[in-house]
Write a protein that binds this ligand. Structure first.
Ligand SMILES: Cc1cc2nc3c(=O)[nH]c(=O)nc-3n(C[C@H](O)[C@H](O)[C@H](O)COP(=O)(O)OP(=O)(O)OC[C@H]3O[C@@H](n4cnc5c(N)ncnc54)[C@H](O)[C@@H]3O)c2cc1C
Length: 454
Protein backbone atom coordinates (compact mmCIF):
# COMPACT_ATOMS: atom_id res chain seq x y z
CA UNK A 1 0.00 0.00 0.00
CA UNK A 2 1.27 3.52 -0.66
CA UNK A 3 1.54 4.24 3.07
CA UNK A 4 4.04 1.43 3.29
CA UNK A 5 5.84 2.42 0.13
CA UNK A 6 7.01 5.90 1.17
CA UNK A 7 7.86 7.91 4.23
CA UNK A 8 4.83 9.14 6.21
CA UNK A 9 5.82 12.77 5.57
CA UNK A 10 4.35 12.32 2.08
CA UNK A 11 0.87 11.59 3.47
CA UNK A 12 0.39 14.60 5.73
CA UNK A 13 -3.02 15.47 4.29
CA UNK A 14 -3.57 18.53 6.46
CA UNK A 15 -0.37 20.34 5.46
CA UNK A 16 -0.19 22.03 2.05
CA UNK A 17 3.03 21.68 0.04
CA UNK A 18 5.40 24.68 0.17
CA UNK A 19 4.89 25.07 -3.56
CA UNK A 20 4.92 28.08 -5.84
CA UNK A 21 1.32 27.16 -6.72
CA UNK A 22 0.13 27.28 -3.10
CA UNK A 23 1.89 30.64 -2.71
CA UNK A 24 0.20 32.16 -5.76
CA UNK A 25 -3.23 30.48 -6.05
CA UNK A 26 -5.08 33.06 -3.95
CA UNK A 27 -8.01 32.12 -1.69
CA UNK A 28 -9.69 28.84 -2.64
CA UNK A 29 -13.13 29.32 -4.20
CA UNK A 30 -14.31 25.99 -2.74
CA UNK A 31 -17.15 26.41 -0.23
CA UNK A 32 -17.52 22.85 1.11
CA UNK A 33 -17.07 21.85 4.74
CA UNK A 34 -15.63 18.68 6.31
CA UNK A 35 -18.17 15.87 6.60
CA UNK A 36 -20.08 15.84 9.87
CA UNK A 37 -22.70 13.25 10.73
CA UNK A 38 -24.36 10.85 8.36
CA UNK A 39 -25.25 11.67 4.75
CA UNK A 40 -26.58 9.75 1.78
CA UNK A 41 -26.09 10.32 -1.94
CA UNK A 42 -26.26 8.49 -5.20
CA UNK A 43 -22.52 8.63 -5.99
CA UNK A 44 -19.68 9.12 -3.49
CA UNK A 45 -16.23 10.00 -4.82
CA UNK A 46 -13.01 9.31 -2.90
CA UNK A 47 -10.43 11.97 -3.82
CA UNK A 48 -10.75 15.63 -4.76
CA UNK A 49 -8.18 16.02 -7.55
CA UNK A 50 -8.85 16.33 -11.27
CA UNK A 51 -10.29 12.77 -11.58
CA UNK A 52 -12.74 13.16 -8.70
CA UNK A 53 -13.72 16.77 -9.39
CA UNK A 54 -14.13 16.22 -13.13
CA UNK A 55 -16.34 13.19 -12.45
CA UNK A 56 -18.38 15.22 -9.94
CA UNK A 57 -18.61 18.20 -12.31
CA UNK A 58 -19.88 16.13 -15.23
CA UNK A 59 -22.22 13.98 -13.12
CA UNK A 60 -23.84 17.06 -11.60
CA UNK A 61 -23.80 19.31 -14.65
CA UNK A 62 -24.80 16.85 -17.38
CA UNK A 63 -26.90 14.31 -15.52
CA UNK A 64 -28.17 16.06 -12.38
CA UNK A 65 -26.83 13.19 -10.27
CA UNK A 66 -26.56 13.65 -6.52
CA UNK A 67 -22.82 13.37 -5.85
CA UNK A 68 -20.55 13.98 -2.86
CA UNK A 69 -16.74 14.20 -2.96
CA UNK A 70 -14.64 13.23 0.07
CA UNK A 71 -11.13 14.69 0.03
CA UNK A 72 -8.52 13.94 2.71
CA UNK A 73 -6.84 17.37 2.47
CA UNK A 74 -7.98 20.59 0.86
CA UNK A 75 -9.28 20.35 -2.71
CA UNK A 76 -6.21 20.07 -4.92
CA UNK A 77 -3.98 18.87 -2.03
CA UNK A 78 -2.77 15.85 -4.06
CA UNK A 79 -0.91 15.68 -7.34
CA UNK A 80 -3.50 17.92 -9.01
CA UNK A 81 -2.49 20.96 -6.99
CA UNK A 82 1.27 20.47 -7.11
CA UNK A 83 2.18 19.22 -10.59
CA UNK A 84 4.18 20.99 -13.29
CA UNK A 85 1.07 22.33 -15.02
CA UNK A 86 1.90 20.65 -18.34
CA UNK A 87 -1.43 20.13 -20.06
CA UNK A 88 0.15 17.88 -22.64
CA UNK A 89 -0.40 14.56 -24.38
CA UNK A 90 1.04 11.29 -23.04
CA UNK A 91 -0.23 9.26 -20.12
CA UNK A 92 1.70 6.12 -21.03
CA UNK A 93 5.29 4.93 -20.67
CA UNK A 94 4.89 2.44 -23.51
CA UNK A 95 6.82 3.40 -26.61
CA UNK A 96 4.69 4.03 -29.69
CA UNK A 97 6.06 0.84 -31.25
CA UNK A 98 4.99 -1.16 -28.19
CA UNK A 99 1.54 0.43 -28.29
CA UNK A 100 1.12 -0.71 -31.88
CA UNK A 101 2.49 -4.19 -31.13
CA UNK A 102 0.17 -4.68 -28.15
CA UNK A 103 -3.00 -2.92 -29.32
CA UNK A 104 -2.76 -2.39 -33.09
CA UNK A 105 -2.66 0.79 -35.14
CA UNK A 106 -6.34 1.74 -34.86
CA UNK A 107 -6.43 1.51 -31.08
CA UNK A 108 -3.17 3.43 -30.82
CA UNK A 109 -4.60 6.18 -33.01
CA UNK A 110 -7.78 6.27 -30.94
CA UNK A 111 -5.71 6.63 -27.79
CA UNK A 112 -3.79 9.60 -29.19
CA UNK A 113 -6.95 11.22 -30.52
CA UNK A 114 -8.33 10.92 -27.00
CA UNK A 115 -5.15 12.56 -25.66
CA UNK A 116 -5.71 15.59 -27.89
CA UNK A 117 -9.41 15.66 -26.99
CA UNK A 118 -8.43 15.60 -23.31
CA UNK A 119 -6.16 18.65 -23.70
CA UNK A 120 -9.01 20.51 -25.39
CA UNK A 121 -11.39 19.40 -22.63
CA UNK A 122 -9.20 21.16 -20.05
CA UNK A 123 -9.11 24.27 -22.23
CA UNK A 124 -12.90 24.28 -22.67
CA UNK A 125 -13.67 23.72 -18.97
CA UNK A 126 -11.29 26.57 -18.16
CA UNK A 127 -13.10 28.84 -20.63
CA UNK A 128 -16.67 27.83 -19.76
CA UNK A 129 -16.12 28.05 -16.02
CA UNK A 130 -13.90 31.13 -16.28
CA UNK A 131 -11.09 29.55 -14.31
CA UNK A 132 -8.17 31.97 -14.09
CA UNK A 133 -5.57 29.24 -14.54
CA UNK A 134 -2.89 31.27 -16.38
CA UNK A 135 -2.72 29.31 -19.60
CA UNK A 136 0.64 29.68 -21.33
CA UNK A 137 2.04 28.55 -24.64
CA UNK A 138 0.72 26.61 -27.56
CA UNK A 139 2.49 23.26 -27.71
CA UNK A 140 5.11 21.18 -25.93
CA UNK A 141 8.73 21.06 -27.03
CA UNK A 142 10.86 17.95 -26.70
CA UNK A 143 14.43 19.25 -26.85
CA UNK A 144 17.21 17.04 -28.21
CA UNK A 145 20.22 16.82 -25.90
CA UNK A 146 22.58 15.73 -28.69
CA UNK A 147 22.76 15.50 -32.47
CA UNK A 148 22.13 11.76 -32.23
CA UNK A 149 18.94 12.40 -30.23
CA UNK A 150 17.84 14.99 -32.77
CA UNK A 151 18.30 12.53 -35.60
CA UNK A 152 16.28 9.88 -33.75
CA UNK A 153 13.59 12.45 -32.95
CA UNK A 154 13.30 13.45 -36.61
CA UNK A 155 12.66 9.81 -37.51
CA UNK A 156 10.26 9.47 -34.60
CA UNK A 157 8.30 12.54 -35.75
CA UNK A 158 7.96 11.04 -39.22
CA UNK A 159 6.74 7.73 -37.76
CA UNK A 160 4.21 9.57 -35.56
CA UNK A 161 3.00 11.75 -38.43
CA UNK A 162 2.20 8.69 -40.54
CA UNK A 163 0.74 6.56 -37.78
CA UNK A 164 -1.20 9.15 -35.81
CA UNK A 165 -1.97 11.50 -38.68
CA UNK A 166 -1.01 14.44 -36.52
CA UNK A 167 1.44 17.23 -37.21
CA UNK A 168 4.83 17.17 -35.48
CA UNK A 169 7.01 20.19 -36.29
CA UNK A 170 10.75 19.60 -36.28
CA UNK A 171 12.95 22.62 -35.46
CA UNK A 172 16.68 22.44 -35.98
CA UNK A 173 19.11 23.99 -33.52
CA UNK A 174 19.01 27.44 -35.16
CA UNK A 175 15.22 27.50 -35.41
CA UNK A 176 14.84 26.47 -31.78
CA UNK A 177 17.38 29.12 -30.77
CA UNK A 178 14.96 31.69 -32.24
CA UNK A 179 11.68 30.21 -30.99
CA UNK A 180 12.76 28.48 -27.77
CA UNK A 181 16.09 29.22 -26.08
CA UNK A 182 19.82 28.91 -26.52
CA UNK A 183 21.97 26.56 -24.44
CA UNK A 184 24.82 24.08 -24.84
CA UNK A 185 22.52 21.04 -24.59
CA UNK A 186 19.91 22.13 -27.10
CA UNK A 187 20.34 20.41 -30.45
CA UNK A 188 16.93 21.11 -31.95
CA UNK A 189 13.42 20.16 -30.88
CA UNK A 190 10.10 18.66 -31.89
CA UNK A 191 6.84 20.52 -31.21
CA UNK A 192 3.77 18.53 -30.20
CA UNK A 193 0.28 20.07 -30.24
CA UNK A 194 -2.21 20.59 -28.74
CA UNK A 195 -0.54 21.35 -25.41
CA UNK A 196 -0.15 24.30 -23.06
CA UNK A 197 0.95 25.17 -19.55
CA UNK A 198 -1.32 26.23 -16.69
CA UNK A 199 -1.45 26.97 -12.95
CA UNK A 200 -2.39 23.49 -11.75
CA UNK A 201 -3.78 24.44 -8.34
CA UNK A 202 -5.94 27.24 -9.70
CA UNK A 203 -7.28 24.79 -12.26
CA UNK A 204 -7.90 22.12 -9.58
CA UNK A 205 -9.70 24.54 -7.28
CA UNK A 206 -11.60 26.14 -10.16
CA UNK A 207 -12.78 22.72 -11.31
CA UNK A 208 -13.83 21.79 -7.77
CA UNK A 209 -15.74 25.07 -7.35
CA UNK A 210 -17.40 24.56 -10.74
CA UNK A 211 -18.54 21.08 -9.63
CA UNK A 212 -19.96 22.69 -6.50
CA UNK A 213 -21.82 25.38 -8.49
CA UNK A 214 -23.32 22.63 -10.65
CA UNK A 215 -24.72 20.88 -7.57
CA UNK A 216 -22.01 18.52 -6.23
CA UNK A 217 -21.33 18.51 -2.48
CA UNK A 218 -17.65 18.77 -1.55
CA UNK A 219 -16.10 17.73 1.77
CA UNK A 220 -12.48 18.82 2.29
CA UNK A 221 -10.48 17.34 5.21
CA UNK A 222 -12.65 14.22 5.12
CA UNK A 223 -10.37 11.25 4.67
CA UNK A 224 -12.14 7.95 4.09
CA UNK A 225 -10.75 5.64 6.77
CA UNK A 226 -13.02 2.65 6.23
CA UNK A 227 -15.30 1.32 3.51
CA UNK A 228 -18.00 -1.34 3.98
CA UNK A 229 -20.86 -2.60 1.92
CA UNK A 230 -24.06 -3.12 3.86
CA UNK A 231 -27.42 -4.18 2.41
CA UNK A 232 -26.21 -3.49 -1.12
CA UNK A 233 -25.00 0.08 -0.44
CA UNK A 234 -21.54 1.47 0.27
CA UNK A 235 -20.71 3.14 3.57
CA UNK A 236 -17.63 5.38 3.62
CA UNK A 237 -16.45 6.43 7.08
CA UNK A 238 -14.42 9.51 7.93
CA UNK A 239 -13.37 10.95 11.31
CA UNK A 240 -16.40 13.25 11.27
CA UNK A 241 -19.14 10.97 9.93
CA UNK A 242 -20.14 8.66 7.09
CA UNK A 243 -21.62 8.74 3.62
CA UNK A 244 -23.91 6.05 2.28
CA UNK A 245 -23.96 5.76 -1.51
CA UNK A 246 -25.26 3.42 -4.19
CA UNK A 247 -22.11 3.88 -6.24
CA UNK A 248 -18.52 4.85 -5.53
CA UNK A 249 -15.81 6.36 -7.71
CA UNK A 250 -12.24 5.76 -6.55
CA UNK A 251 -10.21 8.83 -7.52
CA UNK A 252 -7.29 8.78 -5.07
CA UNK A 253 -4.55 7.92 -7.59
CA UNK A 254 -1.02 7.74 -6.08
CA UNK A 255 -2.01 9.00 -2.63
CA UNK A 256 -4.79 6.48 -1.97
CA UNK A 257 -4.21 4.01 0.86
CA UNK A 258 -4.67 0.77 -1.05
CA UNK A 259 -5.70 -1.09 2.09
CA UNK A 260 -9.04 0.74 1.76
CA UNK A 261 -10.32 -2.07 -0.46
CA UNK A 262 -8.84 -5.46 -1.32
CA UNK A 263 -9.41 -4.80 -5.05
CA UNK A 264 -6.93 -1.92 -4.92
CA UNK A 265 -4.01 -3.86 -3.44
CA UNK A 266 -0.94 -4.08 -5.65
CA UNK A 267 -2.57 -2.26 -8.57
CA UNK A 268 -0.61 0.99 -8.59
CA UNK A 269 3.01 2.04 -8.31
CA UNK A 270 3.25 5.56 -6.91
CA UNK A 271 6.60 7.26 -7.54
CA UNK A 272 7.96 10.61 -6.46
CA UNK A 273 8.31 13.58 -8.73
CA UNK A 274 10.06 16.70 -7.47
CA UNK A 275 9.86 20.34 -8.59
CA UNK A 276 11.78 23.55 -7.91
CA UNK A 277 11.04 27.14 -8.97
CA UNK A 278 13.74 29.83 -9.08
CA UNK A 279 13.51 33.44 -8.07
CA UNK A 280 12.48 35.73 -10.98
CA UNK A 281 15.24 35.94 -13.58
CA UNK A 282 16.39 39.42 -14.55
CA UNK A 283 16.09 40.58 -18.15
CA UNK A 284 19.86 40.15 -18.60
CA UNK A 285 19.79 36.64 -17.19
CA UNK A 286 16.95 35.65 -19.47
CA UNK A 287 18.77 37.19 -22.45
CA UNK A 288 21.89 35.15 -21.63
CA UNK A 289 20.02 32.05 -22.82
CA UNK A 290 17.73 33.95 -25.22
CA UNK A 291 14.69 32.38 -23.58
CA UNK A 292 11.51 33.36 -25.41
CA UNK A 293 9.16 30.37 -25.33
CA UNK A 294 6.14 30.03 -23.03
CA UNK A 295 5.66 26.40 -24.04
CA UNK A 296 6.26 23.57 -21.60
CA UNK A 297 9.50 21.71 -22.43
CA UNK A 298 10.87 18.25 -21.72
CA UNK A 299 14.36 17.06 -22.63
CA UNK A 300 15.14 13.96 -24.65
CA UNK A 301 16.89 11.89 -21.98
CA UNK A 302 15.33 8.63 -20.79
CA UNK A 303 15.54 9.97 -17.23
CA UNK A 304 14.27 13.34 -18.32
CA UNK A 305 13.59 16.70 -16.69
CA UNK A 306 10.64 18.95 -17.56
CA UNK A 307 10.64 22.75 -17.36
CA UNK A 308 8.74 25.96 -18.10
CA UNK A 309 9.27 29.67 -17.79
CA UNK A 310 6.45 30.79 -15.50
CA UNK A 311 4.76 34.20 -15.55
CA UNK A 312 7.14 36.61 -13.80
CA UNK A 313 10.18 34.92 -15.42
CA UNK A 314 10.72 32.19 -12.88
CA UNK A 315 12.15 28.93 -14.18
CA UNK A 316 10.32 25.81 -13.02
CA UNK A 317 12.06 22.45 -13.40
CA UNK A 318 10.95 19.00 -12.29
CA UNK A 319 12.25 15.47 -12.39
CA UNK A 320 12.30 12.11 -10.66
CA UNK A 321 12.39 11.85 -6.87
CA UNK A 322 14.10 9.35 -4.57
CA UNK A 323 12.69 5.98 -3.55
CA UNK A 324 12.22 6.57 0.17
CA UNK A 325 10.34 9.83 0.39
CA UNK A 326 12.18 11.02 3.50
CA UNK A 327 12.93 14.75 3.97
CA UNK A 328 16.66 13.95 3.48
CA UNK A 329 15.92 12.22 0.18
CA UNK A 330 13.87 15.26 -0.82
CA UNK A 331 16.86 17.57 -0.25
CA UNK A 332 19.04 15.30 -2.38
CA UNK A 333 16.64 15.43 -5.31
CA UNK A 334 16.26 19.19 -5.01
CA UNK A 335 20.05 19.43 -5.21
CA UNK A 336 19.95 17.20 -8.29
CA UNK A 337 17.54 19.66 -9.94
CA UNK A 338 19.85 22.54 -9.02
CA UNK A 339 22.68 20.65 -10.73
CA UNK A 340 20.47 20.13 -13.78
CA UNK A 341 19.86 23.90 -13.98
CA UNK A 342 23.63 24.47 -13.92
CA UNK A 343 24.24 21.78 -16.54
CA UNK A 344 21.49 22.87 -18.93
CA UNK A 345 21.78 26.66 -18.50
CA UNK A 346 25.28 27.48 -17.21
CA UNK A 347 24.48 31.21 -17.02
CA UNK A 348 21.83 30.44 -14.39
CA UNK A 349 23.95 28.19 -12.18
CA UNK A 350 23.96 30.85 -9.44
CA UNK A 351 20.19 31.50 -9.45
CA UNK A 352 18.46 30.60 -6.16
CA UNK A 353 15.65 28.08 -6.02
CA UNK A 354 12.87 29.76 -4.02
CA UNK A 355 10.25 27.03 -3.99
CA UNK A 356 10.82 23.28 -3.64
CA UNK A 357 8.25 20.55 -3.29
CA UNK A 358 7.30 17.02 -4.32
CA UNK A 359 4.45 14.61 -4.83
CA UNK A 360 3.45 11.19 -6.11
CA UNK A 361 2.82 10.28 -9.71
CA UNK A 362 1.22 6.92 -10.36
CA UNK A 363 2.08 4.01 -12.66
CA UNK A 364 0.24 0.80 -13.54
CA UNK A 365 1.78 -2.58 -14.38
CA UNK A 366 0.84 -2.19 -18.04
CA UNK A 367 2.31 1.35 -18.20
CA UNK A 368 -0.92 3.02 -19.36
CA UNK A 369 -3.90 4.58 -17.52
CA UNK A 370 -6.48 2.30 -15.96
CA UNK A 371 -10.20 3.13 -16.04
CA UNK A 372 -12.89 0.62 -15.15
CA UNK A 373 -15.12 -1.00 -12.54
CA UNK A 374 -14.26 -3.54 -9.87
CA UNK A 375 -14.53 -6.99 -11.47
CA UNK A 376 -16.65 -8.26 -8.55
CA UNK A 377 -18.68 -5.07 -7.99
CA UNK A 378 -19.91 -3.01 -10.97
CA UNK A 379 -21.10 -0.27 -8.61
CA UNK A 380 -17.47 0.83 -8.03
CA UNK A 381 -15.68 2.84 -10.73
CA UNK A 382 -12.06 3.96 -10.79
CA UNK A 383 -9.59 6.01 -12.85
CA UNK A 384 -5.88 6.20 -12.09
CA UNK A 385 -2.26 5.79 -13.26
CA UNK A 386 -1.68 8.61 -15.69
CA UNK A 387 2.11 8.20 -15.61
CA UNK A 388 2.85 11.80 -14.67
CA UNK A 389 0.46 13.14 -17.31
CA UNK A 390 -2.80 13.64 -15.50
CA UNK A 391 -3.79 17.26 -16.17
CA UNK A 392 -5.52 16.21 -19.36
CA UNK A 393 -5.85 12.47 -18.62
CA UNK A 394 -7.43 12.72 -15.17
CA UNK A 395 -9.86 15.41 -16.34
CA UNK A 396 -10.83 13.22 -19.28
CA UNK A 397 -11.03 10.05 -17.15
CA UNK A 398 -13.38 11.82 -14.73
CA UNK A 399 -15.65 12.88 -17.57
CA UNK A 400 -15.62 9.44 -19.17
CA UNK A 401 -16.40 7.72 -15.86
CA UNK A 402 -19.31 10.14 -15.32
CA UNK A 403 -20.72 9.42 -18.79
CA UNK A 404 -20.29 5.67 -18.37
CA UNK A 405 -21.91 5.64 -14.94
CA UNK A 406 -24.81 7.85 -15.98
CA UNK A 407 -25.34 6.01 -19.28
CA UNK A 408 -26.02 2.79 -17.38
CA UNK A 409 -26.28 0.79 -20.59
CA UNK A 410 -23.16 -1.38 -20.52
CA UNK A 411 -24.44 -4.18 -18.25
CA UNK A 412 -21.89 -5.23 -15.65
CA UNK A 413 -18.84 -5.09 -17.91
CA UNK A 414 -15.82 -4.13 -15.77
CA UNK A 415 -14.12 -2.59 -18.81
CA UNK A 416 -15.28 0.53 -20.64
CA UNK A 417 -15.27 -1.11 -24.06
CA UNK A 418 -16.08 2.21 -25.78
CA UNK A 419 -12.77 3.74 -24.63
CA UNK A 420 -9.36 3.08 -26.21
CA UNK A 421 -7.93 -0.35 -25.34
CA UNK A 422 -4.88 1.21 -23.67
CA UNK A 423 -7.03 2.49 -20.78
CA UNK A 424 -9.60 -0.30 -20.46
CA UNK A 425 -10.12 -1.92 -17.09
CA UNK A 426 -7.77 -2.77 -14.25
CA UNK A 427 -4.16 -3.34 -15.17
CA UNK A 428 -3.03 -6.65 -13.64
CA UNK A 429 -1.68 -6.52 -10.09
CA UNK A 430 2.08 -6.07 -9.91
CA UNK A 431 3.70 -9.46 -9.37
CA UNK A 432 4.94 -9.59 -5.74
CA UNK A 433 3.63 -6.05 -5.00
CA UNK A 434 6.12 -5.68 -2.13
CA UNK A 435 8.87 -5.46 -4.75
CA UNK A 436 7.32 -2.56 -6.68
CA UNK A 437 9.92 -0.01 -5.65
CA UNK A 438 12.66 -2.47 -6.60
CA UNK A 439 11.18 -2.74 -10.11
CA UNK A 440 11.16 1.06 -10.36
CA UNK A 441 14.75 1.31 -9.11
CA UNK A 442 15.84 -1.23 -11.71
CA UNK A 443 13.93 0.66 -14.42
CA UNK A 444 15.54 4.00 -13.53
CA UNK A 445 19.01 2.38 -13.36
CA UNK A 446 18.47 0.87 -16.81
CA UNK A 447 17.34 4.22 -18.27
CA UNK A 448 20.28 6.05 -16.66
CA UNK A 449 22.59 3.51 -18.25
CA UNK A 450 20.97 4.18 -21.64
CA UNK A 451 21.44 7.92 -21.11
CA UNK A 452 25.07 7.31 -20.21
CA UNK A 453 25.49 5.35 -23.44
CA UNK A 454 24.06 8.41 -25.22
C1 LIG B 1 5.42 16.70 -8.83
C2 LIG B 1 4.43 16.27 -9.88
C3 LIG B 1 4.50 16.82 -11.15
C4 LIG B 1 3.57 16.46 -12.13
N1 LIG B 1 3.58 17.13 -13.31
C5 LIG B 1 2.58 16.91 -14.19
C6 LIG B 1 2.45 17.74 -15.32
O1 LIG B 1 3.20 18.70 -15.51
N2 LIG B 1 1.46 17.46 -16.20
C7 LIG B 1 0.58 16.44 -16.00
O2 LIG B 1 -0.29 16.22 -16.85
N3 LIG B 1 0.64 15.68 -14.88
C8 LIG B 1 1.60 15.91 -13.97
N4 LIG B 1 1.64 15.18 -12.82
C9 LIG B 1 0.63 14.14 -12.61
C10 LIG B 1 -0.75 14.72 -12.28
O3 LIG B 1 -0.61 15.72 -11.30
C11 LIG B 1 -1.66 13.59 -11.79
O4 LIG B 1 -1.69 12.56 -12.73
C12 LIG B 1 -3.08 14.07 -11.59
O5 LIG B 1 -3.10 15.23 -10.79
C13 LIG B 1 -3.89 12.97 -10.94
O6 LIG B 1 -5.12 13.50 -10.56
P1 LIG B 1 -6.04 12.65 -9.57
O7 LIG B 1 -7.24 13.45 -9.28
O8 LIG B 1 -6.26 11.29 -10.12
O9 LIG B 1 -5.13 12.44 -8.27
P2 LIG B 1 -4.75 13.50 -7.12
O10 LIG B 1 -4.71 14.87 -7.63
O11 LIG B 1 -3.54 12.98 -6.42
O12 LIG B 1 -5.99 13.44 -6.16
C14 LIG B 1 -6.24 12.35 -5.33
C15 LIG B 1 -6.76 12.90 -4.04
O13 LIG B 1 -7.24 11.80 -3.26
C16 LIG B 1 -7.12 12.19 -1.92
N5 LIG B 1 -7.19 10.98 -1.10
C17 LIG B 1 -6.29 9.97 -0.99
N6 LIG B 1 -6.74 9.06 -0.09
C18 LIG B 1 -7.95 9.49 0.33
C19 LIG B 1 -8.91 8.97 1.24
N7 LIG B 1 -8.70 7.81 1.90
N8 LIG B 1 -10.03 9.68 1.47
C20 LIG B 1 -10.26 10.86 0.82
N9 LIG B 1 -9.38 11.40 -0.05
C21 LIG B 1 -8.25 10.71 -0.30
C22 LIG B 1 -5.77 12.89 -1.85
O14 LIG B 1 -5.72 13.77 -0.77
C23 LIG B 1 -5.69 13.60 -3.21
O15 LIG B 1 -5.99 14.98 -3.12
C24 LIG B 1 2.57 15.49 -11.83
C25 LIG B 1 2.50 14.93 -10.56
C26 LIG B 1 3.41 15.31 -9.58
C27 LIG B 1 3.31 14.72 -8.22
Amino acid sequence: MPHDLFDKSLYDFHTPQPSYWEATAGPSPVQGKPLEGHETCDVAIIGGGYTGCSAAYHLARDFGIDVQVLEAGHFGWGASGRNGGFCTMGGTFLSLKHQVRLYGEDETRQYWNAQAEAVELVRSIGDEEQIDCQRQGNGEYVVAESDAHFEAMQKGAEFKRKLLQRDYKVLDQDEFRTLGYDAPHQHGAVLEQPSFGLHPLRYAQGLAAAAERRGATLHPHSKVNAWHKRDGVHVLETDGGSVTAKRVIVAGNGFLPENLHRQLRGRALPLQSVIVVTRPLTGDEQAAHRWVTENPVVNSRHVYVYYRMLPGNRLMIGGRGDFKGTPVGEQTTHAYLGAEIARLWPEWAHVDMEYKWRGLVCFSSRLSPTIGRFPDDPSVYFGLAYHGNGVNNATWAGREIARWLAGGNSGDDPKPMHLPALVRGFAPRFPVPGLRKQYARAGVAWHKFRDWLG
